[in-house]
Write a protein that binds this ligand. Structure first.
Ligand code: TRP
Ligand code: SF4
Length: 329
């Protein structure tokens, strides 16, 4: 029997997730059915941009993994782990650093972008770890010999770097690593924040995954609609309306009706928002409940992570044996 392909992806532990992350998680949930999946908490990566939030990483990890489980990741089907608990990631990172030219890291687009962005925030980050963060990501991927990596568009240069590093290692020593493919998630950009900008924690325009009924209502009320529409009978333009973008995802069965009625001035924005609130409640209610159940069981998430880490180690220990043999004979 041909063995199943290996998938690896990770997220930085930012704490509670929001609806912008749902398409990423839905993708992971689909992949867990068909592949041998490893999904990690990139807690070392969280340190590459500074120490300020380090003390929150433990709590944020638990919150984030609770959201993973609430959205349908099944620990029986995939391994959920913390990067920092699987030491082979670090050993491989070190060994790969010996075959990676500095120029490859300096030309990664996020390197200069991020230095500039963080500089504007008054953060002067120029550590060795920050420069090396794409290589740490390469080690995350290669240590599982992953065939494919689901990521957002902004991460594709890192997957490209991973392929180059794999090729170079295979050429210098022995062919140990497959060259992984990126699986690009294009849906991420579809859902805006309530103000129409990108949904992001730092913009405070997000609906969190475990949002309660009141929180959902409040955020839907804040959503920006067609600004040219003054009276209910004015024809509206759903293409410029945030509410419509949410209906597209959470209420697709009645989307066409809403579009027609909006353009004809037959539905008011208040009624339209009410329909969306209902759809969001229907979708998020069960997720909220599961999230609460998961967090109510003390130590449950920790247990799942430890089991996942044991599974992860079975793969990584084997890879490192091969890597050491390839280098040292
Ligand atoms: N670098 C990714 C981010 O900042 C997170 C990440 C770390 C990752 N290791 C990974 C993603 C491995 C995919 C595969 O969002
Ligand atoms: Fe947006 Fe709905 Fe109002 Fe049309 S009716 S502008 S889709 S909120």
């Amino acid at each position: 029997m041909a063995s199943k392909g290996v998938i690896l992806s990770e997220m930085r532990p930012t704490g509670r997730l929001h609806l912008g992350h749902q398409s990423v998680l839905n993708n992971w949930v689909r992949l867990q059915e068909e592949y041998n999946c490893y999904f990690g908490v990139a807690d070392w990566h969280a340190l590459t941009t500074g120490w300020e939030e380090a003390k929150d990483i433990r709590a944020n990890t638990i919150e984030m993994v609770a959201d993973w489980l609430a959205n349908g990741l099944d620990p029986e089907k995939c391994a959920l782990f913390r990067q920092s608990a699987v030491q082979e990631h670090a050993e491989l990172h070190l060994l790969l650093s010996m075959v990676t030219p500095l120029s490859w890291l300096e030309r990664v687009p996020t390197y200069k972008d991020q230095i500039q962005k963080l500089g504007e925030l008054g953060k002067d980050i120029n550590s060795y770890g920050f420069l090396g963060y794409p290589l740490l990501m390469a080690a995350d991927i290669l240590v599982y010999k992953a065939n494919a990596v689901p990521v957002g568009e902004d991460q594709t240069p890192h997957v490209e770097l991973t392929r180059e590093v794999a090729r170079r290692f295979n050429h210098l020593f022995k062919p140990v690593f497959p060259e992984p493919q990126a699986i690009i998630n294009k849906d991420v950009a579809v859902l805006p924040g309530v103000d129409g900008a990108k949904m992001s924690k730092s913009y405070h325009n997000y609906i969190s995954m475990g949002a309660g009924t009141e929180e959902i209502k409040k955020h839907v009320n804040l959503m920006v609609t067609d600004p040219a529409r003054i009276r209910k009978t004015d024809p509206g333009n759903p293409d410029v309306c945030v509410v419509h973008k949410f209906h597209r995802i959470y209420n697709s069965s009645i989307l066409e009706g809403i579009e027609t009625e909006c353009r004809a001035g037959q539905i008011g924005c208040v009624a339209c928002k009410k329909q969306l609130t209902g759809a969001l409640e229907e979708n998020l209610g069960p997720i909220r409940e599961r999230r609460e159940q998961v967090l109510a069981k003390k130590g449950y998430v920790e247990e799942i992570l430890q089991a996942g880490e044991a599974k992860a180690r079975q793969a990584t220990v084997k890879t490192l044996e091969e890597v050491r043999a390839a280098i040292f004979g």
